[in-house]
Design a protein around this ligand. Structure first.
Ligand code: APR
Ligand code: PHB
Length: 388
């Protein structure tokens, strides 16, 4: 098989890139290791910046998002038992769209199917070849046979554990990483959200987050120990812990119910530099990870592939300079989002090694943040997303 761009991975990065290229008439093939059902079964965050909404609109998959998504004008920060609203819209003129990553993936998958472009699910033993030369290719096994796709370029959209970044020789890549000493225990339930906006909670017992997927489906998180096993946490234990971290007025509105899903995720900051190696481009989680506190993961994935599609479109029009600047353009935006996600994580969680001094400084920063217009605005403009 021969194509212009072979995309490894059918998560949001790979699917959105395929859609952007398809719209520009650039032929592409997506190879995904898992089944479509497996990809859709992964529960991830769901706060979309305006730039992400715009990219989804650009490829014509925005209809359900606009009908079912929930535009939010603010968030609550909670500490010392009190809630403080950050009015994102008043501070920035922008809002965010709450619409689950699963739904975004679903919409992109449906559009891809309708477009007739090739997607191979359950592609086994994917390996990438000759990305430094003029004729890169990707090999994989499917239906008991080995196949080869020859292409002009390879897009590594295969997530943190993928094969593309792992295929780059160590000496050509710089990795920057920070692992946090806690995890998030998340619970999804068909209960109405406790509030119409998200609530981020700083509490002596640890961080908590009240989020949602719709007006009838809620997503809650509590900071937990990395040693915890999800089986140790009954639904009852989860709800009790969440209640203990919420202020009284919020607890009064908490509706509990059986979990649809419960899982523990570790928190990590990670960036690899550069993001281009010859004819191989990394995008999304393959190149960087942010802790979920700032809700930036999906948005960074979307803007990476936005830049990559722009670069490839210019290349095929005879201008290679956008493609040459791919890494640098992405990394500038990525590092700013890494900084924000690290800052918000540091601000909102309890750290096992922190003493009373660190705790007091954290509370003083929160106090400053909610009482200073300048500080609130700095939070708000990062939360709604810096320009692309
Ligand atoms: N061959 C083919 N596909 C692979 C391989 C491989 N060797 N390894 C991994 N994959 C697939 C995974 O199964 C997955 O479907 O690549 C896809 C990568 O998708 P994601 O992990 O969702 O990454 P990305 O598309 O970059 O999306 C980033 O996901 O983790 C969240 O917060 C993050 O919201 C952000 C988004
Ligand atoms: C989520 O709904 O899963 C979510 C929302 C906001 C975050 C992180 C996760 O900051």
């Amino acid at each position: 098989m021969r194509t212009q761009v072979v995309i490894v991975g059918a998560g949001p990065s790979g699917l959105l890139l395929g859609a952007l290229l398809g719209k520009a008439g650039i032929d592409n093939v997506i190879l995904e290791a898992r089944s479509a059902e497996y990809v859709l079964g992964r529960i991830r965050a769901g706060v979309l910046e305006q730039v992400t909404v715009d990219l989804l609109d650009e490829v014509g998959v925005g209809a359900r998002m606009h009908a079912e998504g929930l535009p939010h004008d603010g968030i609550d920060l909670c500490f010392g038992g009190r809630r403080h609203r950050i009015d994102l819209h008043a501070l920035t003129g922008k809002r965010v769209m709450v619409y689950g990553q699963t739904e975004v993936t679903h919409d992109l998958m449906d559009a891809r199917k309708a477009s007739g472009q090739t997607t191979v699910y359950e592609a086994e033993h994917v390996s990438i070849h000759d990305f430094d030369g003029q004729r890169p290719s990707v090999r994989y096994r499917h239906g008991g046979q080995t196949h080869t796709v020859e292409a002009d370029f390879i897009a590594g959209c295969d997530g943190f554990h993928g094969v593309c970044r792992a295929s780059v020789p160590h000496e050509r890549i710089a990795l920057h990483e920070k692992v946090y000493p806690f995890g998030w225990l998340g619970l999804l339930a068909d209960v109405p959200p406790l509030s119409h906006e998200l609530i981020y909670v700083n509490h002596d017992r640890g961080f908590a987050l009240c989020s949602m997927r719709s007006r009838t489906r809620s997503r809650y998180y509590v900071q937990c120990s990395l040693a915890d096993q999800v089986e140790q946490w009954s639904d009852q234990a989860f709800w009790d812990e969440l209640r203990a971290r919420l202020p009284e007025d919020a607890v009064a509105h908490l509706v509990t119910g059986p979990s649809l899903e419960k899982s523990i995720a570790p928190l990590r900051s990670f960036v690899c530099e550069p993001m281009r190696f010859g004819r191989l481009f990394l995008a999304g989680d393959a190149a960087h990870i942010v802790p979920p506190t700032g809700a930036k993961g999906l948005n960074l994935a979307a803007t990476d592939v936005g830049y990559l599609a722009q670069g490839l479109v210019s290349h095929y029009k005879g201008n290679g300079s956008d493609l040459d600047h791919y890494s640098e353009r992405c990394l500038r935006r990525i590092w700013r989002a890494e900084r924000f996600s690290w800052w918000m994580t540091s601000l909102m969680h309890t750290f096992p090694t922190n003493g009373s001094f660190d705790r007091k400084v954290q509370l003083a920063e929160l106090d400053y943040l909610v009482n200073s217009d300048a500080a609130s605005k700095a939070l708000a403009e990062n939360y709604v997303g810096l320009p692309m």
